[in-house]
Design a protein around this ligand. Structure first.
Ligand code: AN0
Ligand code: CP
Length: 318
């Protein structure tokens, strides 16, 4: 594997999940693969899980790790070409990227949607420049439109907990006070569509996702109907995708919060969320604390998804 930004980069999903279970059974089986190789993790945005789990995965593989928080201590970066740089940004991404590439073997990038230009976000302008100009394999730690390490961990978790061959998975929008990217729901949809499981997406009108991610999923505007018989409930907030409201919060309707009443409509479903989660906005305290909440094993699997991806990238470098 060279770069990892979408489900297409992972190849056969069953093989990837099998490899994940092997890695999980023995975290240190490949501890020499990363010897004398350096991972550089670049964060344009905050992170708890991605930061820790990806570092841990790299350490399990024997890699050295450097972490750069671009907004804390590095020069502010201009990202547009042609700008007269007389403002507050002393360095251009077009120098910064190849320079960063000089000091490492593999690069992970976190760069959320900025909501300044839908076209720039959906063309993945930032991470694609890393791929083009760094000279190194690049993987997404959540880019503008996708969060594939999260979706891979979500799939591993579903495979661990499912009790039927073809579970019903419901992804529900839930309210949040601030505008969040569509990356997590886009990516989750892309990965679940690739499994062929029964998949329903539910959200208020106006929160339709990009059709390329919705794919063959059933869209149901009535949350109660969507939840009926669900085996897994995947909650997430996202901002509007459709024009003219791209990146806007259209509703904070708390009747969409995942409560015990809502979970009672399901087939005793497991509750999932990528975290961080705002309690009593997205999900009630009792649901996230319940026995059916698998948010912690889901987060634990972030180490596994990152390790499979890093392992495959390192194998490509041998
Ligand atoms: C981010 C998002 O919704 O994309 C990261 C989730 C992993 N969430 C927040 O900014 C709260
Ligand atoms: N789920 C996830 O990516 O969490 P962080 O934003 O804390 O990395």
């Amino acid at each position: 594997m060279r770069n990892f930004t979408t489900v297409n980069d992972i190849g056969n999903l069953q093989d990837a999940v099998k490899e994940a279970f092997e890695v999980k059974a023995n975290h240190f089986a490949y501890k020499h693969l990363g010897e004398n190789k350096t991972l550089l993790m670049i964060f344009f945005n905050s992170s708890l899980r991605t930061r820790l789990s990806t570092q841990k995965a790299a350490l399990n593989l024997g890699m050295n790790v450097i972490v750069l928080d671009v907004n804390q201590g590095a020069w502010k970066l201009e990202t547009e070409r042609g700008v007269i740089m007389d403002g507050d940004k002393p360095e251009h991404l077009l120098e910064a990227i190849p320079v960063m590439g000089c000091y490492c073997d593999v690069i992970g990038v976190r760069s959320f949607a900025r909501f300044e230009s839908k076209q720039d976000d959906y063309e993945e302008k930032i991470i694609n420049q890393f791929i083009k100009y760094s000279g190194r394999p690049v993987f997404s730690m959540e880019a503008a439109t996708r969060h594939p390490l999260q979706s891979f961990a979500d799939l591993i978790t579903i495979e661990e907990f499912k009790t039927v061959e073809r579970p019903k998975i419901v992804m529900t929008w839930a309210p949040h006070p601030k505008a969040l990217p569509q990356a997590v729901p886009n990516s989750f949809a892309e990965w679940i569509n690739a499994t062929g499981y029964e998949f329903v997406i539910t959200h208020p009108k106006g929160y339709e996702l990009d059709p390329q991610f919705v794919g063959n999923a059933r869209v149901e505007y009535d949350q109660d109907k969507a939840l009926a018989g669900a085996d897994f409930v995947y909650a997430k907030n996202w901002s509007a995708y459709a024009d003219p409201n791209y990146g806007k919060v259209l509703s904070q309707d708390r009747s969409w919060t995942v409560t015990a009443e809502k979970m009672a409509l399901t087939n005793n479903a497991y509750f999932m969320h990528c975290l961080p989660v705002r309690r009593n906005m997205i999900v009630s305290d009792d649901v996230i604390e319940s026995e059916r909440s698998i948010v912690i094993p889901e987060a634990a699997n972030r180490e596994i998804s990152a390790q499979v991806v890093l392992k495959r990238i390192l194998e490509g470098l041998q």
